[in-house]
Design a protein around this ligand. Structure first.
Ligand code: LLP
Length: 420
């Protein structure tokens, strides 16, 4: 593995604070988030009219509050996410809508909440249009479109094409605008989240599809949303996305549409990962170092209950060691695993489960292993499997770490269960 400063295999500091100090002060496993990294990422997207954070990536209230204070709006995919947004200080209505509910279905509670609180909805199925229309009888909606093709880092995250459950199939656009009109609903915007990655050829296909479909809807369109899917570099070799080029492609689409329709069009982007992935570190402690035939294992105190991405997608996360005592940095190939009673509880695996090794510094029990780029889809996808409590979350702002969620207590694991 190439070793660079960015993904160095040792990590003495996180956001200016010694890693060992953080580990000792907050215990392990702990998620640490660097606020300044999130703020920098937001600045990179300022050319868009609206940055709408896809909070599914990391919905801790303190993270949402930080993002809200930077003027970023929010997306919600569930009742829980709407409540979180509200608790973090977002108003539920306004123009542009501070909170947008985007989904492919309404469960009953979500439908009641968006109707009662007049939350803007971005609808991903014809059934949502009729269920919503029956309740509100008039108003504005936006539609999430599946243009018939997609892109994603794995089969499980590809969000376009025939095998995807997301959005309204492009052929059904007219049917859906008619359905909306039947209920007095105006379609004021279109949204396409199809996981474009850094592939600009693909992105320009998406932009063309957006333009064609917005023209088909016509005068009522005032917003187009590029969705999420802005990538982040997990490996040294991953290219970082050229944001200006990304913006320019969308901006051209918007300008063209403005010309066609003769009125201003607002351009939104809906990033999750891009804003928070890099900012997050999962600090773990090495609890066993053992050999299995040819393989050497570092077993740490975090598992896929804490970070599911490697086991779900074979996702690669950079890793580094923070030694308790200074020592020489000889590298060795290791398999990194967690504490769960499952052989799949391995952080160094490829998609499909093939176990891999990683070159990491020689380390012993008591040293810390930090899993990097873990701020997106990390804590939020964690579980209590094996009755493991949720990890602590810590936010570092201006060099000051503070707990934004304490470690779950063992008795909290079953506090809502009923005995007898
Ligand atoms: N907007 C919509 C409608 C989405 O469905 C998503 C992600 C986003 C925005 C944000 O996408 P992002 O910018 O974060 O790529 N758990 C997977 C990712 C699932 C993404 C689901 N939808 C992972 O860990 O990679």
């Amino acid at each position: 593995m190439a070793i660079t400063d960015q993904f160095a295999p040792t990590l003495p500091m996180i956001a200016g604070v010694p890693t060992t100090q953080l580990a000792k002060q907050f215990g392990t496993p702990t998620y640490i988030y660097d606020a300044s990294s999130i703020l920098q990422r937001i600045e990179q997207l300022r050319r868009f009219d609206v940055i709408r954070y896809a909070q599914k990536a990391n919905s801790n209230l303190a993270v949402l509050d930080l993002i809200r204070r930077s003027g970023v709006l929010v997306d919600a995919v569930s009742v829980g996410e709407i409540y979180r947004a509200k608790r973090a200080g977002y108003s539920l209505t306004g123009n542009p809508a501070p909170v947008v509910y985007t989904a492919d279905i309404f469960d009953q509670a979500a439908l009641d909440l968006v109707v009662d609180e007049k939350i803007h909805v971005n609808l991903g199925s014809p059934d949502m249009i009729s269920q919503y229309g029956e309740r509100v009888k008039s108003g504005e909606i936006t539609l999430r479109i599946n243009p018939g093709f997609g892109h994603g880092h794995s089969q499980k995250t590809n969000t376009g094409g025939e095998h995807s459950k997301h959005g309204i199939w492009h052929d059904q656009l007219e049917e859906c605008t008619k359905l909306a009109a039947k209920y007095g609903l105006a379609v004021t915007g279109l949204h396409m989240h199809i996981g474009s990655g850094t592939d600009f050829e693909h992105l320009s296909q998406v932009c063309t599809a957006m333009l064609q479909m917005a023209r088909r809807v016509g005068q009522s369109i005032h917003v187009i949303s590029a969705g999420g899917g802005l990538p982040t570099a997990y490996r040294d070799s991953d290219e970082s996305v050229d944001i200006d080029r990304y913006f320019d492609l969308w901006d051209q689409t918007r300008r063209q549409l403005q010309q066609d329709l003769g009125h201003p069009i607002s351009l939104e982007i809906e990033p999750g990962r891009f804003l928070v992935a890099d900012a997050g570190y999962l600090v773990t402690e090495i609890r066993a170092v053992k050999t299995m035939g040819e393989n050497l294992f570092y077993l740490v105190d975090a598992g896929f209950n804490n970070l599911a991405r490697p086991i779900m997608y074979g996702a690669y996360h950079p890793m580094a060691i923070a030694h308790r005592q200074p020592r020489d940095l000889k590298l060795q190939a290791v398999v990194v695993g967690g504490p769960l009673c499952e052989s799949g509880d391995i952080f160094t695996q490829q998609e499909g489960g093939l176990v891999d090794t990683r070159n990491l510094p020689v380390a012993s029990v008591g040293d810390y292993l930090v899993i990097q780029c873990a701020g997106a889809y990390g804590f939020v996808m964690s579980s209590n499997y094996n009755s493991k409590p949720f990890a602590t979350e810590v936010l570092i702002e201006n060099g000051q770490p503070r707990v934004i969620r304490p470690r779950q207590k063992p008795e909290e694991l079953y506090a809502s269960e009923i005995l007898d």
